[in-house]
Design a protein around this ligand. Sequence first.
Ligand SMILES: [Zn+2]
Length: 199
Amino acid sequence: MQYPEPIAKLIDSYMRLPGIGNKTATRLAFFTIDMNQDDVDQFAKSLVAAKKDLHYCSICGNITDEDPCEIDRDQTRDQSQVLVVEQVKDLMSIERMNDYHGLYHVLHGVLSPIEGLGPEDLNIESLIKRLQTNEAIKEVILATNATPEGEATAMYLARLIKPAGIKVTRLAHGLAVGSDIEYADEMTLLKAVEGRTEL
Ligand SMILES: [Zn+2]
């Protein structure tokens, strides 16, 4: 027997999510059918609103429902530092440790020749433009992950930025090689930011 079309479609939708196979998708679909109507309505509304109301900040690439984002609107933050991360998730991890009060720039990826990702695929052009037009920025902290792609991206950016006379630093290697900022504990992150070295 085939599933009725509405549930087949729901299973199909769940399977589009990362890490969810047929079995999990089927379980989630049947769970959804058993949820009460209000919860399902709320779930559907959240999905649509998250996609519709969230955008990338035109200055830093952070995810936001207002442009510029909350961090860029906050004039109490240190306007002289820009910390460059691969993903919004990394920005969130660094914000959680509550010790860094500068600005950010989100690349939305790393250089990866294998995946065919070049500089034009990342949020790099806006970073360069930002550095050229904002004289308040004195230091760029490269906080890409300690993976080969993260290191290569940091080196690429350092070569690009340093000629402009802006200080370029890299997070200290308290982070294990190959490790992701997203999963680092707060103490490790704190030490990595404090012990950053000039490139
Ligand atoms: Zn922003």
